[in-house]
Design a protein around this ligand. Sequence first.
Ligand code: NAD
Length: 472
Amino acid sequence: MVKICCIGAGYVGGPTMAVIALKCPAIEVVVVDISEQRIAGWNSKRLPIYEPGLDDVVRQCRGRNLFFSTEVHRHVGDADIVFVSVNTPTKTCGLGAGKAADLTYWESAARMIADVSRSDKIVVEKSTVPVKTAEAIEKILVHNGRGVRYQILSNPEFLAEGTAIQDLFAPDRVLIGGRETPEGRAAVKALKDVYAQWVPDERIITTNLWSAELSKLAANAFLAQRISSVNAISALCEATGADVTQVAHSVGKDARIGPRFLSASVGFGGSCFQKDILNLVYICECYGLPEVAGYWREVIRINDYQKSRFVNRVVSSMFNTVAGKKVAVLGFAFKKDTGDTRETPAIDVCKGLLGDKAVVSIYDPQVTGEQVSRDLAMNKFDWDHPRHLQPLSDTDLAKQVGMAADAYEAARDAHAVCILTEWDEFRSLDYKRMFDAMHKPAFIFDGRNVVDVAKLREIGFVVYSIGKPLDD
Ligand code: NAD
C-alpha cells in the first residue's frame, strides 16, 4: 500500500488529503501537524476549518485510510510520498522585509524530513513557494540525508476557500512539475497516478519544476489583478454615473475576457493574493526586473486604495465623522462560506473606522470574537513604510469593538451598516426591521454589491454600493 504523509493540517493540507484519501482507498494518508489543537480538531466532530462538504468527506474516510496525527517523525519516516503544506507567510523582518516569503517553516520541515528518512522519498511542494525553492530544498535534503534519495516535485494547490471540496473533486487542472531526468519523470508519474484516480488525463499538466512553481504565483497574481482592474473601474463608475455591474457584464461578454471574477468589491483578501504578489515583486527585484516588479505592485496599491476609498466614503457621507457613532459591520471573513479572516479587507475597514473613533458591532456567521480581536491587534503591511503599521491597543479594542449574535442586533441603534462579506443571508435580511431600529438618517454601505439599492432607498436608507451611481 502506498503511504502518503502530509506535513501541515491547514486549509490546504486537510481538505486536499481528505479528498485524496476518499478517491484512493488503496492509499494510506496521514496528515501531521505540530499544532496539537489543530490535530485534535481534525480528530473531533467539529473540524478546525469550515468548508462546505468537508465534514462529509472526512466522515467517510477518517479511521479507514485517513489519519490525523502529531507524531510527525514517525509518519514522515514511513511515507513514500511526503507532501509539504506548511504556511509560507510574508517576512516581517530582515533583508527584503515585508515582501519576501518566509520559508522558515518549509526549511524546518525539510531538515526534519532529512533527519527521519530511512527510505527513498518523493517530496511534494504543496505550499506556494518562490520559484527555485526546490533547488534549496534539494540542497538541504542531500546535505543532511543519510544516503536516502529524494525527488522533489512541485504540485501547487489551486483550490479556493469556500469551494475547496468542489475544486478538489473537479479541478480545472492539476499541475505537477519535476526534474527532466529519468528519476524525475518516474516521480512525476507516481504522483500523476494518484490524481489519475479521479482527475481526467487532459486536466493533469506536467511541466519542469520552475514552471510549476512560477505558475502558482502567476495564477494568483492574474486573479488579484482582475479584481483590482474591476475595482479601479468601479471608482470611475462612481465618478461618472456608470454602473460597474453593467460595465462588468458588458466587458465579460467578450469571450477573450470571460465573465468570472469580475465582481467589484471593497477589495480582495485571504492569505494568498497579497502575500503571493509581494513575493512575486520581491523575486522580480532580486532578478533585476524593477519594471516588472512595479507592474505587479500596482495590483496591491489599487486594493489598498479601494479599502481606504470605502472608509473615506463612509466617514464623508456621515457628515465627516463617525466618532461615537455605532457602525454595524456585516461580515468579517474575507469571502463567503469560510471562517478564514486572514488579510480580510474587513480588518482595514474596521481599523479605519475605529481610527475615527467609531463604535463597531460585528456580525459574521463563521467568525468568532477571538479571531476579530487577534486580527485587529495585528500589524499590517504598509507598502510605503515596509515595516508594519501599529496595531490597535487592547483598551481601544475593548471600548470600541463588540460582536453581535445576528445582523439585527448589530444594527440596533446603529447609524450605519457596512456589508463587508457577501454571505447569502445578507441578501434576504429584513432591512425594514433594521431601518426601524437605527438612527436616522440610516446609512448602508455595501462593499459587496449584495443589496437591492432601489428597494433600500425606498425603505428610506441612504445607500452607497461599490461602483453604483450615488444617491442624489
Ligand atoms: P495554514 O496556516 O492553514 O496551515 C499550515 C499548517 O502547517 C499549520 O497548521 C501549521 O501548524 C503547520 N506546520 C507548520 N510548520 C510545520 C512543521 N514543521 N511540521 C508540521 N506542521 C507544521 O496554511 P494553509 O492556508 O493551509 O496554506 C498552506 C500553503 O498552501 C501556503 O503556502 C499557502 O500559500 C498555500 N495555499 C493556500 C491556499 C488557501 O486557500 N489557504 C490555497 C492554495 C495554496
